[in-house]
Design a protein around this ligand. Structure first.
Ligand code: GCO
Length: 263
């Protein structure tokens, strides 16, 4: 039996209609999973399903605000009725607000915490009972380099992603005995719409200073691509990782290990 196969498994990817969530969802489907994706925007159901079809796979879209526990419970029930209970949950949905801390309102801070930390708690809580009943489960939390490091303007995001690292370890601790593995993926700097502002060309056509900074700090000498995250996600979703629990797998081109190129 191929321990990387996801045949017969149902996967749910929150925020799975675009970007990292879409890339991971396609990868899980290509590995054999029945993939469901969540989006908070009804119009993204159709565009998301079309994107999966364009990649040669099928996925089922469900609309729910992942910060709303009742909406999440209804989504999980609908998935269970349509295709079966969730075996693999990828808590990917997330937002970022880059605002200097003393200019950030409490409401803005709480909004980031709600989406990036409370929602993974809500979604995990919704799928764990069925995982316990089935005797297995995989939860993958999309953490961040900001689970380990801070930087200016991302106080809420770093607080949420740091908390998500510890939620990952706590789910491991509380449910490892039920054969549930909960791990995180910590993307480095990946070229997505979320990081596009950090890579914008300057008016004179030169690269963004932050872009140059990240290149100098990354041994790989490049930004990551969504495709770099797919293999690690399939690994953590599969039986190949059944004795891996509570770990954050950083897919970062080596940036967290590197002091940075000498000026
Ligand atoms: C930022 C970036 C990072 C990356 C990613 C790194 O503003 O520093 O958005 O947060 O998106 O989370 O792991």
């Amino acid at each position: 039996m191929n321990s990387f196969s996801l045949e017969g498994k149902v996967a749910l990817v929150t925020g799975g209609a675009h970007s990292i969530g879409l890339g991971i969802g396609i990868g899980l489907a290509q590995a054999g999973a029945t993939v469901c994706f969540n989006t908070s925007k009804p119009e993204h159901i159709a565009t998301g399903e079309a994107a999966y079809r364009q990649a040669g796979v099928t996925a089922h879209g469900y609309c729910a605000d992942v910060t709303d526990e009742q909406a999440v419970k209804e989504m999980i029930s609908a998935i269970k009725k349509d295709v079966g209970s969730v075996d693999i949950l990828v808590n990917n949905a997330g937002i970022i607000k880059r605002i200097p801390m003393c200019e950030m309102s409490v409401e803005e801070f709480e909004q980031v915490i709600d989406v990036d930390l409370v929602a993974p708690f809500i979604c995990s809580k919704a799928v764990i009972p069925d995982m316990i009943e089935k005797g297995h489960g995989k939860i993958i939390n999309i953490c961040s380099m900001m689970s380990e490091l801070g930087r200016e303007t991302v106080s809420a995001y770093a607080s949420a992603k740091g908390g998500l690292k510890m939620l990952t370890r706590n789910i491991c601790s509380e449910f490892g005995g039920a054969n549930i593995q909960c791990n995180g993926i910590g993307p480095g700097y990946i070229a997505t719409s979320q990081t596009a502002p950090l890579r914008e060309l300057q008016p004179d056509g030169s690269r963004h200073p932050f872009d140059r900074f990240i290149i100098s700090k990354t041994p790989a000498g490049r930004w990551g691509d969504v495709s770099d995250l797919v293999g690690p996600a399939v690994f953590l979703a599969s039986d190949a990782s059944n004795f891996v629990n509570g770990q954050i797998l950083y897919v970062d081109g080596g940036i967290l290990a590197y002091i940075g190129k000498q000026p």
